[in-house]
Design a protein around this ligand. Structure first.
Ligand code: HGY
Ligand code: MN
Ligand code: MN
Length: 407
């Protein structure tokens, strides 16, 4: 089997980390200067690994093997959350480049085709999984109109960074036989069970709802309590009552959070006339997701009927259904893990969303996890042990070789 170069992998990961490095974390939002500088660097690294690489018309960095298919697509996203970790997405991209590099340099695997992607905007600075959706032809007008928190649209951003007129990388059914993404677990399971490799069985489904509260702005001191229409009070009541409802509907791995809240005008001596929040929930069962959505809608209607604040709820964006990983790709990853990490690997679901969620309905997909220290992610303290990072890349390389030599 081709042997990866762990030192080269770690060096490249540390260099990618430097684009947007902030303390121990990374701030590299989609289409920012640091994101585009990182993408330009990724083109160089993909070329050094023997790939024909470009930044495409939606900002994906796509490196195409010179070898004819069948080809596997490897990779992940290179953009980060607003307060991101150095490995979320980045590790999968660098694994893809390292595997392509190692296979090219080994005479027994130099004929195998591995294409590599650094997807744009998995993290939803504008619209989540934008780059992988473009790859499978699901990028549309709504994506071009999607805006970041500063109000810039994707269309404006693509013009600003100078890629709007470029062609876009596309799924080639006659060439691409599958997609394999390696990622940090972003949770505590592998570390808690002293496992070093996770072979993913499925990726959870996700929905996000915008809840709006319309009350009446007024003086926080001279307005008698019985006459207030305080949108903030309604928001907090929604959050508390929602928890009671969701707990009665939840499955064993259901999760939900309200991670983004706004009170308007947001001054301590003014009763908020308007409030807004985003409620996000996830579950491997689409029926639970539907029950959660209905419960949030019902609660909004009940609060409106009770008054004094009007509450409306609706989907913030299209929900993403749970997806199963491909059995043959999983088997090859299992066999590779059993070979390189005997007794230290496990099959498990992904509680985080990944670009594989978008790609799985179009081509066979699989994912590989390595442990996250303290199970932390989407935080500057996100980290993994270097030996686990190197082991994961070798297991991926072996799984790729098994798959492509069987094709
Ligand atoms: O939220 C997620 O699951 C992904 O990390 N964006
Ligand atoms: Mn993430
Ligand atoms: Mn990610």
């Amino acid at each position: 089997m081709a042997e990866i170069d762990g030192a080269r992998l770690l060096q490249r990961l540390q260099t990618l980390r430097s684009f947007g490095a902030t303390g121990s974390g990374v701030v590299r939002p989609t289409y920012s200067d640091t994101d585009m500088a990182a993408r330009a660097w990724l083109v160089e690294q993909m070329e050094a690994a023997g790939l024909d690489a470009m930044i495409d018309g939606v900002g994906n960095v796509f490196g195409r093997s010179k070898n004819p298919g069948p080809a596997l697509v490897l990779g992940s996203h290179s953009d980060t959350q607003p307060t991101g970790g150095w490995l979320d997405g980045a590790m999968g991209v660098m694994y893809g480049i390292e595997v392509a590099h190692a296979l090219r340099d080994d005479p027994t695997t130099a004929h195998l085709a591995v294409d590599v992607a650094a997807w744009a905007d998995e993290e939803g600075t504008y619209n989540s999984c934008l780059g992988s959706r473009s790859f499978v032809g699901e990028f549309g007008e709504a994506d071009l109109a999607a805006t970041n928190v500063h109000g810039e649209s994707v269309a404006e951003a693509l013009e600003r960074v100078g890629v709007a007129d470029r062609p876009t990388a596309r799924f080639e059914p006659g060439r691409h036989v599958g997609y394999v993404e390696a990622h940090i677990e972003q949770g505590p399971h592998l570390e808690d069970t002293a496992m070093r490799i996770g072979v993913v069985t499925s990726i959870v489904g996700i929905s996000a709802m915008e809840i709006e509260f319309a009350g009446e702005q007024n003086h926080a001191g001279s307005t008698p309590m019985p006459r207030r229409r305080d949108a903030g009070v309604a928001l907090f009541e929604f959050g508390v009552r929602l928890r009671e409802r969701f707990e009665s509907l939840a499955g064993p791995t259901s999760v939900w959070t309200i991670g983004n809240v706004r009170l308007e005008p947001g001054a301590e001596s003014i009763i908020p006339g308007r409030a807004w929040c985003v409620l996000q929930f996830r579950d491997p069962d689409p029926e639970v997701l539907r029950a959660f959505e209905a419960a949030a809608m019902e609660l909004a209607a009940e609060l409106t009927a009770a008054g004094p604040v009007d509450v409306t709820a609706g989907l913030a964006r299209a929900s993403m259904a749970p997806v199963a990983m491909d059995e043959e790709l999983r088997r090859n990853l299992r066999d590779a893990a059993a070979d390189r990490a005997a007794g230290a690997w496990v099959e498990m679901p992904s509680a985080a969303i990944h670009d594989g969620t978008v790609l799985a309905p179009h081509l066979p997909c699989a994912m590989l996890f390595i442990p996250s220290i303290n199970g932390v992610s989407h935080d500057f303290s996100e980290d993994s042990h270097h030996e686990d990072i190197v082991l994961g890349c070798q297991v991926l390389a072996d799984g790729v070789v098994r798959t492509l030599t069987q094709s």
